[in-house]
Design a protein around this ligand. Structure first.
Ligand code: GRG
Length: 304
């Protein structure tokens, strides 16, 4: 796919996701308007929306067509991602003041409300995903996708990865240990997006497992690129503080092997993600997956 065509499609899809998120955001006339406002502040701040886009693309790739089924899940995955960022930025974790070019939620609303906003987003994500059922209560695909949405961000996945990451602070880690932390901390939610999209479309367990592999490899490439950007980028470009890994005494792929080898690792995992996707392409006759592939490739050189 040509770069210009990819960029136009990415812009369109990102705008579509913003609309979906806006449609499903918290109603501010809730029991606590301040809490709802804090939840929406983080949910609607300008992120890349990669996880909902991957969820939507996997759904379409596997032949899904019902927007009323996929959209609640697109909003839900971004709510889970947003909660993880709100908590990750807290003083007890990375203690960051900027995210997506804006003040972090705890800086604007206070630490107490930020903790509750994160909790609220996680719970509201499941309430939102449940909206996919309306009138389709026996839908096996929706049930399977809900199971994925519950389990991948859990203690065995994203939260567990974050706990290992926090506990590793100041320690020298081996490449193998670091890879296993990245697979959980970052890979689990990317896999979750793709697997849930595929499950919603009624994909087989084999196809869902292949999407898990695509997501894990994409997650490794994505997180190693994050390590590189933390060293090479600027706060203005990234919208969040740079040199945060050094501040938090973290072992990263850059500290382990240097910038050049870390770049090669990013490329290697991206290539492996595309190889796993190729196996899915051989089974599918509904969609060519060209945009999906271009999106995975673009993450190797992303600037933010
Ligand atoms: C449960 C107390 C508690 C905390 C949970 C699970 C967790 C905290 C944090 C998740 C770990 C985490 C933040 C991993 C980093 C993944 C990553 C590089 C996120 C940034 O994703 P982008 O670049 O962000 O897609 P945008 O802003 O574009 O959406």
């Amino acid at each position: 796919m040509q770069t210009q065509q990819f960029e136009e499609q990415l812009k369109e899809k990102t705008e579509y996701v913003q609309k979906v998120i806006h449609k499903y955001r918290m109603k501010e006339e809730s029991a606590s308007p301040l809490l709802s406002e804090a939840m929406n502040y983080s949910l609607e701040s300008p992120g890349k929306r990669l996880r909902p886009i991957f969820l939507y693309e996997a759904y379409r790739f596997m032949g899904g067509e019902d927007l009323e089924v996929v959209e609640p899940f697109m909003a839900a995955i971004e709510m889970i991602h947003s909660y993880s960022l709100v908590h990750d930025d807290l003083p007890a974790m990375d203690n960051d003041e900027y995210r997506r070019g804006r003040k972090t939620t705890h800086v604007v609303y206070g630490e107490d409300i930020a903790i509750l906003a994160g909790d609220g987003l996680l719970n509201y994500a499941f309430e939102t995903a449940m909206k996919a059922f309306s009138g389709r209560e026996n839908n096996a695909g929706i049930l399977r996708a809900l199971g994925i949405l519950v389990s991948k961000p859990s203690v065995e996945g994203m939260i567990g990865g974050q706990a290992l990451d926090v506990a590793s602070c100041g320690k020298e880690l081996s490449e193998e240990t670091l890879r296993s932390i990245y697979l959980k901390k970052t890979g689990a939610l990317l896999s979750c997006s793709m697997m849930a999209g595929a499950a919603l479309a009624g994909a087989s367990e084999e196809a869902i497992a292949l999407f898990e592999e695509v997501g894990e490899k994409t997650g490794l490439a994505f997180q190693i690129r994050d390590d590189i950007l933390d060293v090479e980028s600027t706060t203005r470009e990234l919208g969040k503080p740079v040199h945060s890994d050094e501040k938090n005494c973290k072992t990263t792929f850059v500290t382990l092997m240097g910038l050049e080898e870390a770049r090669q690792e990013t490329e290697r995992y991206s290539r492996e993600a595309l190889e796993a996707f190729e196996k899915l392409k051989q089974r599918s006759d509904t969609n060519d997956g060209e945009f999906f592939e271009a999106l995975v490739k673009s993450l190797v050189h992303r600037r933010k």
